[in-house]
Design a protein around this ligand. Structure first.
Ligand code: GLA
Ligand code: GLA
Length: 663
């Protein structure tokens, strides 16, 4: 990553939080454009993402470009004081390209072609697609590299949103190349994939395929490697576009919008972050219990993928989306609170999909900054108010996130591997378990950083590693060193089970963590849907239990199952400790367990007792964000600090107060 805040210097203005949206002027007559710029100015918009889906307009026939309209839009925005995050425009290939080269279309696991008609219908590994796309990137960079409105490059769009798993012949060839690089020779691959099982031994690289639709459970290591490969293939494509941009416009930072949200699991963004000049993320609230916790979790994780440096919220929604079964509109206050929660976790830009709500196309019922109703609407008025708020918060721009004393470890490999098929249960949800712990922290009013598994843990006093399923020897050693250095580690069921090849550690579970935790498990005991595990502390577990034997010294059983088997254990290791929770307790059950573990570790809440649970605290440098987690007013009286935004004594329902409290 380059200089972290370079992208903030839009037109060399003073640091400010950027504000804006995707702008799709090609969907509208020319007469609308001036009106757009005026309404953007009135709302305080400072940046728009342009040309994301414009390929067919920009290159109407192979090698023939029509850029005049985009020149005009760029000039118009610049004259209006609005900067541009300009797309490379490669996200959705035009019909002439797919008609001429159907071999760029992705293929699903059954061998069926993914046809054009939607968007992102291209194979990440297609050399033909890459040739055409990079030619467009080159054209865009050459034409607009020196344009004064250009603030950043927006590479493709949400890479992998629809096309990450491609099983085509191109993918098969690229997968083999990737495997040759990973394993060097077939013996190593055969060993890693455990091909002695079910007569799967390979004697020639050409025999190897992506895990296409098989008669029964495909080889698990083949599946895991295909997930690694598919993330890498898109990362490689990202690099290819970026390298063209760096060659032609080294002065312009380049990013792409990640999707750290919900169950978007195929792209390992912790591994992608080093490839972009600044991290950008898209986030959409998925309705359901604790949706706001999920937003905070995603923003928090994005901030730590960005290394604690500011990042760019590239998209979220002003109100409803169009792609959920029921698209609920946001309630009063939610638009601002959602935006400010991202800012609280390090976003230096607040952008939406999209500026003007479409009249036609699949997203015409998706909310926007300027809705169908026009400027005389509650959504637009809220958008204008948010613009004012972001101006008040300008001093926050550029500040790094202040590390918490506790952390939750998040690992894409464990996410991928723990949820594969042919496991003890298909009810386990990796991200949900991590999110449950995060909710428990929020309920206790204790800040926790959500950090990628590669993060240096030494600064953290307590680290929760939920369902850390894949523990290569080196990670096991790191966790041991963390604990012997005085750290307090908490882990859960189905952790420490396999190595990097998805081979089970032998001698009793959880292999490399067994001695550290001072426990041994002979057999898993997952629960049926109608079964509950009663604990002697009054809590109830679901999904999983383990038959634990305490084997180590200094192990305290904190809770047992009715019947006496240990359910929650904690081993003291010098000044540190290693605890194990063997069942799914959910956020409400985890809260008392975590309260006890935090108090033993000496990690306090930074909030006054009466605010804990009702208010989320996030800290960036001197700035303390207090976010109302409830739909009721919350009294704040007595908190020291200068008010930058909001009311000093009272948090409105869904309100946010920002205090400056120099440390
Ligand atoms: C994604 C895409 C946008 C739009 C939104 C709708 O984030 O990047 O183009 O489709 O979803 O929510
Ligand atoms: C069948 C098969 C075995 C094994 C078992 C597992 O019986 O013949 O090879 O897969 O199922 O239950």
């Amino acid at each position: 990553m380059q200089t972290p805040y370079r992208w903030l210097r839009l037109h060399d203005r003073a640091p400010a939080l950027a504000y804006g949206a995707d702008y799709n002027p090609e969907q509208w007559p020319r007469s609308t454009w001036d009106e757009d710029v005026r309404a953007m100015q009135a709302a305080g918009v400072t940046i728009v993402s342009l040309a994301i889906f414009s390929w067919a307009r920009l290159e109407p026939a192979e090698g023939e470009y029509d850029l005049g309209w985009l020149d005009e839009v760029m000039d118009l925005l610049h004259a209006g004081g609005i900067a541009v995050d300009l797309a490379t425009a490669t996200a959705s290939p035009p019909p002439w390209l797919t008609a001429k080269h159907p071999e760029i279309l992705p293929v699903d696991a059954h061998g069926a072609t993914i046809w054009p008609g939607g968007r992102q219908h291209w194979r990440p590994t297609s050399p033909v697609f890459r040739e055409h796309a990079l030619r467009l990137v080159r054209t865009m960079a050459t034409r607009y590299g020196d344009h004064p409105a250009l603030a950043a490059w927006h590479i493709s769009n949400e890479l992998g949103c629809h096309n990450v798993y491609d099983y085509s012949d191109d993918a098969a060839a690229a997968f083999r190349t990737w495997l040759i690089e990973r394993y060097g020779d077939l013996d190593a691959l055969n060993a890693a994939w455990g091909t002695a099982f079910w007569s799967q031994h390979y004697s020639d690289w050409a025999q190897i395929l992506p895990p296409r639709q098989a008669a029964t459970h495909p080889n698990p290591t083949q599946q895991l490697d295909f997930k690694r490969f598919s993330s890498d293939a898109l990362k490689d494509y990202l690099r290819a576009e970026r390298d063209v941009l760096r060659e032609l416009t080294p002065q312009i930072p380049a990013t792409t919008n990640f999707m750290v949200m919900g169950e978007q699991k195929p792209m390992d963004y912790a591994d992608w972050a080093a490839e972009v000049d600044f991290v950008a993320n898209d986030h959409y609230v998925q309705r359901g219990p604790r949706a706001q916790d999920e937003l905070s979790f995603s923003a928090n994780l994005t901030g730590h993928i960005a290394g604690g440096r500011p990042w760019f919220l590239m998209e979220h929604s002003t109100s409803a989306v169009n792609w959920q079964p029921i698209n609920v509109a946001k309630k009063p206050g939610e638009l601002a609170r959602d935006s400010l929660t991202h800012v609280a976790h390090g976003a230096d830009a607040v952008c939406f999909f999209q500026w003007r709500q479409s009249r036609a196309g699949a997203e015409k019922y998706h909310s926007a900054m300027l809705p169908h109703a026009g400027t005389d609407s509650e959504v637009y008025r809220s958008v204008v108010r948010l613009g004012e708020t972001l101006r008040q918060l300008a001093p926050v721009a550029g500040t790094a996130q202040t590390p918490a004393r506790a952390a939750i470890l998040f690992d894409w490999t464990s996410w991928w591997a723990s949820e594969q098929d042919s496991h003890p249960t298909d009810r386990l949800r990796y991200r949900q378990e991590a999110l449950d712990w995060y909710s428990a922290f929020l309920d206790l009013g204790v800040r926790a950083d959500v950090v990628p598994a590669g993060t240096d843990l030494t600064g953290y006093e307590l680290v929760v590693a939920p369902v850390l399923h894949v523990v290569p020897a080196a990670l096991g050693e790191r966790l041991e060193a963390y604990v012997s250095g005085g750290g307090h580690l908490v882990t859960t069921y189905f952790s420490g089970i396999v190595d990097e090849h998805d081979h089970v550690w032998l001698g009793g579970y959880p292999g490399p963590l067994r001695d550290l935790l001072g426990i041994r498990i002979e057999e898993f005991a997952p629960l049926a849907d109608d079964e509950r595990a009663e604990l002697d502390n009054g809590l109830t577990g679901t999904v999983w239990t383990d038959g634990i034997t305490v084997t180590g010294p200094d192990v305290e059983v904190l809770a047992s199952y009715k019947g006496g088997t240990p359910a929650i254990t904690r081993r003291t290791v010098g000044p540190g400790s290693a605890a194990y929770v063997s069942t799914r307790l959910g956020p409400d059950g985890l809260a008392p367990v975590l309260r006890d573990l935090l108090s033993r570790a000496g990690v306090p809440s930074e909030l006054p007792a009466e605010l804990r649970g009702r208010v989320e605290l996030a800290v960036r440098g001197d700035f303390h964000f207090l976010i109302n987690r409830t739909a009721e007013p919350v009294e704040l009286a007595g908190l020291p600090g200068e008010v930058l935004h909001g009311h000093p004594d009272l948090l409105e329902p869904r309100g946010v107060t920002v205090l400056r409290r120099p440390s």
